[in-house]
Design a protein around this ligand. Structure first.
Ligand code: SF4
Length: 138
């Protein structure tokens, strides 16, 4: 079973109510079993919502509101789904504060990326799941 970020397969669940449809991911999932998740929706956030970035030990939105609890909740729910469904691979959207695998935005809302992981990607990895981004997909 594969766990995939919902926006990568066309779900309009991004902060701006758009998707990140990725043809390579869709092609890879053909004839495979998968579950789709959007950690931010699972964490109780609305779509559309203000963009969020990781700043230090917190996640804040563009107005400075601390949304760390929602991001932690979304991550915990995804971990539960990964465990319940015996997931063998997670394909997550690069650079998101939830799903980023290799990079995230730097917390200044100025489109600058730094090395780092989103909350859900990190929790899944810490619990032994294989986690890649759409950019790692060969
Ligand atoms: Fe996509 Fe993940 Fe952001 Fe949801 S939280 S919109 S699945 S990148």
């Amino acid at each position: 079973m594969i766990l995939v970020s919902s926006c990568l397969i066309g779900e309009p669940c991004r902060y701006n109510a758009k998707d990140n449809l990725n043809v390579k991911v869709v092609e890879f999932l053909k004839n495979k079993d998968y579950i789709q998740v959007c950690p931010e929706v699972l964490g109780g956030l609305e779509t559309p919502r203000l963009p969020c970035e990781i700043k230090g030990n917190s996640v804040v939105n563009a107005q400075g509101e601390n949304l760390t609890a929602a991001f932690n909740l979304g991550a915990e729910k995804c971990l539960g789904l990964a465990k319940d469904n015996h997931v063998s691979l997670c394909i997550l959207k690069e650079s998101s504060p939830s799903c980023g695998v290799n990079s995230i935005y730097d917390g200044t809302f100025s489109k600058c990326k730094i090395k780092g992981m989103g909350y859900t990607a990190r929790l899944l990895k810490e619990n032994g799941f294989s986690v890649i981004s759409e950019k790692d997909l060969k």
